[in-house]
Design a protein around this ligand. Sequence first.
Ligand code: ZN
Ligand code: ZN
Length: 433
Amino acid sequence: MENTSAVELDRLGDEIAELSAHLDAATAHLLDLIREFDARDGWNNGFRSCAAWLTWRVGLSPGAAREHVRVARALGTLPLLRRALARGEISYSKVRELTRVATPETEERLLAVARAGTAEHVERIVRGWRRVDRIAEARETTRRHTSRALHVSQDEDGMVVVRGRLAPEVGAVLVQALAAAREALYQQRRAPDVAADMEDTPTLVQQQADALALLVETALHHGIDPGAPGERYQVVVHVDAPVLADPDAPGQSVLEGGTHVPAGTSQRLACDATRVVMRHDADGRVTEVGARTRTIPPALRRALQHRDRGCRFPGCGLPFGQGHHLRHWAHGGPTTLSNLALLCRRHHRAVHEEGYQVERQADGDLCFRRPDGRLLPAVPPPAAIPTDPIHALRARHEAQGLRIHPRTAMPGWLGEPLDVGYAIDVLHPSAAG
Ligand SMILES: [Zn+2]
Ligand SMILES: [Zn+2]
């Protein structure tokens, strides 16, 4: 009796091992597809990243989606690891770890580790490997300075070269401050005339340099105070008096200073901003200047943040954003919770300037459409799968000439203890030096 049960359980174990190897082989194929989709920007139609698209379309958690994209990209230059995964010989877990450190030069050695050891061994080796990598890196850059440092020197051509190593928390603040300054500069540049400035838009590294200059100037004069997101834009909208009486008329959208702004841009800026309404008479003289008001009062904005939590665009969910009027206030849309939706900057732009549409349905749900009118569902319909997907998977692998059996992914480990230090000494290219 006990024997039959033991045999049965062995068979069950074999089946688990064999199917896992099939799934790993299929995962390799999945990663190939993701790599190509990513390289060809297949996700770049309203989504922030390939990972965001995967989260939406496939239902991966954001973390898992990012890992899939990272591993898919890494395998592009690691053919040995890719092939071993495609044959079900090493697991996705092992590959995920190895791709953190593997290079075309070291992948063969690391593959041997994956074949010989368990996933836990691989994890420990990779951790040790990264430590050695960091030490090697630190050794190189700390030849002249042991810990934190900021070098400011002048180059041959007079340019000042800044190079430094900052403590992580200081670096984080610097990165944040640079981003804030870059955003401030970028807004000033973009807001007046988006189309004309396109060619002059500086590269990211140039923007960083400009941002640092702004930080330094600001620091010397006064502290940086970016204020709440809604405070960043102050839009002065000039509206003809007769037009104001008829909210359905499009009216003028000219910013103060007379700069012409594409209608979409001015509407986006005005969507969630501080507003001053002026009335003109027929000769263009200002007859009345209204009080400065927030288009979305702070209390309503808090309620909106509380209700929507983050960007409502399918698959996004960034935890902060701007209040978007589904029916613009300039067109008579009320500033009420039901006429508002939270959208991140990227997706607020998508809605106002890239032709994406959003409206609230009778049941209260939001409905997003692509520029071509196709529906962009919050949850995409599930993919069609065969009635017996396991059988189909096996059949496909068989057709590919793959021979997967219960021992395909079996490590060669015999139970001896793992000496990580020794293993790294033997394997890592720079450990001995
Ligand atoms: Zn808007
Ligand atoms: Zn978004």
